[in-house]
Design a protein around this ligand. Structure first.
Ligand SMILES: CC(C)(COP(=O)(O)OP(=O)(O)OC[C@H]1O[C@@H](n2cnc3c(N)ncnc32)[C@H](O)[C@@H]1OP(=O)(O)O)[C@@H](O)C(=O)NCCC(=O)NCCS
Length: 151
C-alpha cells in the first residue's frame, strides 16, 4: 500500500473510532472559566446535547441522561477553537442507550484537531410520566447519522 492510501485508511479508521459527527461549533469568550480557558461545563453541555440527539433518534422520543461515566479532560480548549462533538453507540439495553462521546478541538488557524475530552453517556428512554420505557424494536436502525441523505 502506498503512503497516501495508508494515510487515507488510517484517517478512515480514526473517524470510525470517533463515531458520528453530531455537533460542530466555535468556543466563544462567553464560554470561558475565570482562567480564560473554555469552561468544562460548557463542553459537557455540548456533549450532553450530542448524546441526547443520538439517543432521541434511537428511542424515537423523550430521553433523559441517567449517568455520565469516566469523564477525562485531556487538554484545554481556547477561545475561537472549532469544537466538534462525535458520538458512537456502544450498547442498547431494555430502555438504556450507552454512547461514547468525544470532543475534538482545532485552533481556527491550524489544520489538526486534538481530542480534548471524552466520556461515556448513558441515556434512558422515558414516557410521558418520566418513567423508563422499552426502546423500539430494532432501535439501532433509527440512527439517521449512519444513513445517506435522501435525494
Ligand atoms: C432516568 C430515570 C427515569 C431512570 O429511573 P430508574 O428508576 O432507574 O429506571 P429503571 O430502574 O427502569 O432503569 C432504567 C435503565 O437505566 C439504567 N440505569 C439506571 N441508573 C443507572 C446508572 N446510574 N448508570 C447506568 N445505568 C443506569 C438501568 O440499568 C436501566 O437500563 P435498562 O432498561 O437498559 O436495563 C430516573 O433515574 C430519572 O428520572 N433520573 C433523572 C434524569 C434527569 O433528570 N436527567 C437530567 C436531565 S435530562
Amino acid at each position: 500500500m502506498d503512503t497516501a492510501s495508508f494515510q487515507v485508511q488510517k484517517l478512515a479508521e480514526q473517524l470510525k473510532e470517533r463515531g458520528s459527527l453530531v455537533i460542530r461549533t466555535i468556543a466563544m469568550p462567553s464560554d470561558t472559566n475565570p482562567s480564560g480557558d473554555i469552561f468544562g461545563g460548557w463542553l459537557l453541555a455540548q456533549m450532553d446535547l450530542a448524546a441526547g440527539n443520538m439517543a432521541g433518534q434511537i428511542a424515537r422520543g423523550r430521553c433523559a441522561t441517567v449517568a455520565i461515566e469516566g469523564i477525562q479532560f485531556v487538554r484545554p480548549v481556547h477561545v475561537g477553537d472549532e469544537v466538534t462533538i462525535y458520538a458512537k453507540l456502544v450498547k442498547l439495553g431494555r430502555s438504556s442507550i450507552t454512547m461514547n462521546i468525544q470532543a475534538w478541538s482545532r485552533p481556527r488557524d491550524q489544520e489538526h484537531a486534538e481530542n480534548v475530552i471524552k466520556a461515556k453517556f448513558i441515556f434512558v428512554a422515558i414516557d410521558e410520566n418520566g418513567k423508563s420505557r422499552a426502546l423500539p424494536d430494532n432501535a439501532a436502525e433509527n440512527l439517521v447519522f449512519t444513513r445517506l441523505p435522501k435525494a
